[in-house]
Design a protein around this ligand. Structure first.
Ligand SMILES: [Ca+2]
Ligand SMILES: [Ca+2]
Ligand SMILES: [Ca+2]
Length: 459
């Protein structure tokens, strides 16, 4: 009997030890484990819904606001006046947020001959405005709206021609890239100024609340504008105008980091992409053009809806990594470092402590971006400056979740205009500061290249 008690006691102690170890493991998993791309806001879902997960740890009111924002993100707008979702256009690019950011993922270039849906074009002329912003083109503003509501003429259409560029690997094999050349056509009115067109594909929109919460100091610490350390990489921040602060702020959103906050990014989207005026951008994009409806009406979107959509965008979690421990992925990760991809695609950051927003406060995330601008060479250039970004500079995009693109969006088009038809093509388009990385990639064997791609697909 006595022996039995002793046995149970020892067994209990062992169980307790195992249990406390496991608890310790889970903690470590959350804090330092690369499976958890989005820290506490990581979701183990590889389905088509992988980019649409509400943050953990929100209170009931916050959950409600997220849901209202989610509905508004999906809402199809119609031309004014209408009882619901009124104010589309008169000119616009698409009718809802989700029609471009499909499943909270990315858009795609049009199938030849079909309408442009999630690829849009910014436009501007020479010079810079008071705060460094692009200068609008007379009669066109800073974006081409390619659709008009009933009876209203769109601003223009775009013709795409492709040029082939062959990239040779050291092992003798090759890949043919398609370089798009864009041309305005069917203009509603001639343009008599120099103009610069910038193609922009709708990027994925999950995890943005975490990117917004990376401390500014952590981002600018990676700048090296004069390349003082001589590694050929000279990332720089984009200082852009923040309408809410009425001051300059660090740009984080958009392909050139032209927007400082999620609020400003989405307010601009309502106005420019959908023609829906709102508290932050209250003047119709068509103001002073023939398409303008002349109604001096109230703003078309309520502040409460705008803030719900902002909150929805701020509280979408990040998919967990997949197949992270397979030999090929481990090899690919090592190669990623030896190719120096991580000098721009910086693996991890820790978000700032924020007592007013605990769900995104202080956690280690793995976005694989520095959120800085880099010269990516002539072939990727749009020649259109945006604040401190010049015509060859682009912001390093986050790579988290990129391996789920085909699952979520049913295609594999990458880069700012979707010209790359695979991850490998995206790498082969890298030039400028990333030229050396690309060349190192081209020197790899077929097996090594596949390992790099497997690693990217595991993100
Ligand atoms: Ca409108
Ligand atoms: Ca316009
Ligand atoms: Ca450097």
């Amino acid at each position: 009997m006595k022996l039995k008690v002793k046995f149970f006691f020892i067994a209990a102690v062992i169980l307790l030890m195992i249990w406390s170890c496991r608890k310790h493991d889970t903690n470590e998993t959350l804090e330092n484990n690369a499976w958890y791309s989005g820290g506490r806001q990581t979701f183990f879902d590889q389905s088509v819904g992988a980019f649409d997960h509400i943050f953990n740890g929100l209170d009931p009111t916050e959950i409600k606001v997220h849901e209202i924002g989610d509905k508004a993100f999906d809402a199809v707008f119609v031309s004014a006046p209408a009882p619901l979702n009124s104010g589309l256009g008169p000119i616009y690019n698409n009718v809802s947020c989700v029609s471009c950011h499909v499943n909270d993922g990315r858009g795609r270039p049009p199938v030849p001959g079909s309408k442009f849906e999630s690829l849009l074009f910014k436009i501007s002329t020479d010079g810079k405005g008071l705060h460094g912003e692009p200068i609008p083109v007379l009669g066109y503003g800073t974006q081409i709206q390619m659709q008009g509501v009933n009876g209203v003429s769109a601003e223009a259409n775009i013709r795409i021609n492709y040029q082939n560029i062959t990239e040779l690997f050291s092992d003798g094999s090759s890949v043919v890239l398609q370089k798009p050349v864009y041309q305005l056509e069917q203009l509603y009115k001639p343009i008599n100024q120099n103009y610069y067109l910038s193609p922009r594909l709708a990027p994925p929109v999950f995890g943005l609340g975490l990117l917004e919460a990376i401390p500014m100091t952590s981002i600018i610490a990676n700048q090296d504008p004069q390349d003082a350390n001589g590694d050929g990489i000279s990332g720089k921040a984009n200082w852009v105008w923040d309408k809410t602060l009425a001051n300059y702020n660090l740009g984080r959103f958009g392909w050139k980091a032209g927007q400082p906050s999620i609020l400003q990014q989405i307010s601009a989207a309502y106005n420019e992409d959908m023609g829906v005026t709102n508290p932050l951008f209250s003047i119709e994009n068509s103001f002073s053009q023939i398409q303008y409806d002349g109604l001096n009406d109230d703003v078309e979107l309520k502040d409460s809806i705008l803030h719900a959509v902002k909150f929805y965008m701020q509280t979408l979690g990040v998919p967990a990594r997949r197949l992270i421990n397979t030999a090929e992925v481990v090899q690919g990760e090592k190669l990623f470092y030896s190719l120096k991809c991580q000098s721009c695609h910086i693996p991890s950051f820790t978000t700032q402590v924020d007592v007013s927003f605990p769900s995104r406060s202080y956690q280690k995330i793995y976005p694989y971006t520095d959120l800085l601008l880099h010269d990516m060479g002539v072939d990727l250039s749009d020649n259109r400056p945006e604040f401190d970004a010049d015509g060859q500079e682009w912001k390093t995009p986050a790579l988290w979740g990129i391996g789920l693109t085909e699952k979520v969006n049913g295609h594999a088009y990458y880069l700012h205009d979707g010209r790359a038809r695979s991850i490998e093509e995206a790498i082969l388009w890298h030039g400028g500061e990333a030229e050396q990385s690309k060349n190192r990639y081209k020197q790899l064997s077929l097996n090594e290249r596949q390992a790099v791609l497997k690693f990217i697909h595991s993100l």
